[in-house]
Design a binder for this molecule. Structure first.
Ligand SMILES: Nc1ncnc2c1ncn2[C@@H]1O[C@H](COP(=O)(O)OP(=O)(O)O)[C@@H](O)[C@H]1O
Ligand SMILES: Cc1ncsc1CCOP(=O)(O)O
Ligand SMILES: [Mg+2]
Length: 280
């Protein structure tokens, strides 16, 4: 295992990811709690958000979109039907899509829904560390939509990394991502850990949703879940590192982190601040 230093091989993966030159149209079926933050975050990186949940519009809409974000944060019987229909259409039309396992620790309904969506071969399945533990069938101490610090010990993180790697062997088309103090990014042939960010990212709502939406904007370009995951997480987390330097209080920190999404783009070499480790 390498040190958590700036890592050349990881930086090379993400070079040239920002700014997005081509404004991908990103369709999001997401939760009402953070929907506005998600839409603005996409605009700040030069993507175009569109939030549509009425399945009657899907046949026309799916001819127009570049990628799809399916977020389980606030489900209902209608939302569940829309999520499944969208996953099915994305799969048959080969549109890259991301599943965000928000709140999967809460109920079997969300757990079963995530497994049904996995059958459509998503580009990425992501959640926080506690959510990903539940998804992988490991014990989890997550509460509501937040992860538990007891799931973030190094033993638990190693156990989760192994479980995700096993999942990736059975689902070679999908990248599995768990976020937290350490972020795990796992595909069939690669295992990566990232170490940027600040603990305050867990103290305002929507950071997981935003990073999921950023990945969705990036999968359109490369169809590569691993590169999109590394770029999106690192970008948001370095924005937060910059924001914490100049703010006091969580509301100002939130505002400045979002503001930085539109500013860090101006630093051509932002990716040189990535800290992580790449396993073979
Ligand atoms: N303790 C932490 N230290 C550094 N970065 C963190 C920490 N907790 C979360 N993050 C970052 O915040 C973002 C959201 O992660 P997380 O809080 O796990 O998601 P969620 O909001 O879905 O629970 C990710 O980019 C993650 O790397
Ligand atoms: C509070 C809450 N309840 C259901 S979804 C949601 C927002 C979750 O946002 P995130 O997990 O991205 O912080
Ligand atoms: Mg959160």
């Amino acid at each position: 295992m390498e040190n958590y230093s700036q890592n050349d091989s990881i930086s090379k993966l993400v070079k040239c990811k920002f700014p997005l030159s081509h404004s991908p149209l990103v369709h999001c079926i997401t939760n009402e709690i953070t929907i506005e933050s998600v839409a603005n975050a996409l605009l700040y990186i030069n993507a175009k958000p569109v939030m549509v949940a009425d399945i009657r519009e899907f046949p026309e809409l799916f001819e127009q979109i570049d990628s799809l974000f399916l977020n389980l944060g606030h489900i209902s019987p209608e939302r569940e039907i829309a999520l499944l229909e969208a996953g099915k259409m994305a799969s048959s039309m080969r549109i890259p899509f991301v599943i965000d396992l928000v709140g999967i620790v809460i109920s079997k309904i969300r757990f079963d829904l995530s497994k049904e969506l996995l059958d459509f071969k998503p580009t990425i399945v992501k959640g926080n560390i506690s959510e990903m533990r539940t998804f992988c069938g490991l014990s989890s101490h997550g509460r509501g939509v937040d992860s538990a610090s007891s799931d973030q010990s190094s033993n638990s993180v190693d156990e989760l990394m192994n479980a995700m790697f096993e999942k990736a062997q059975n689902h070679p088309e999908t990248t599995f991502i768990a976020t937290g103090a350490t972020d795990l990014i796992v595909s069939k042939n690669s295992r990566l850990e990232l170490k940027n960010g600040v603990p305050e990212l867990d103290r305002f709502t929507g950071t997981g949703d935003i990073v999921g939406a950023l990945m969705t904007a990036l999968v359109e370009h490369e169809h590569d879940g691993l590169v999109a995951g590394v770029a999106a997480i690192s970008y948001l987390n370095i924005c937060a590192e910059n924001a914490i330097e100049s703010t006091e209080g969580l509301a100002d920190f939130r505002q400045e982190t979002l503001n930085q999404l539109s500013l860090l783009i101006n630093n051509e070499y932002w990716y040189e601040s990535i800290r992580g480790a790449l396993h073979a």
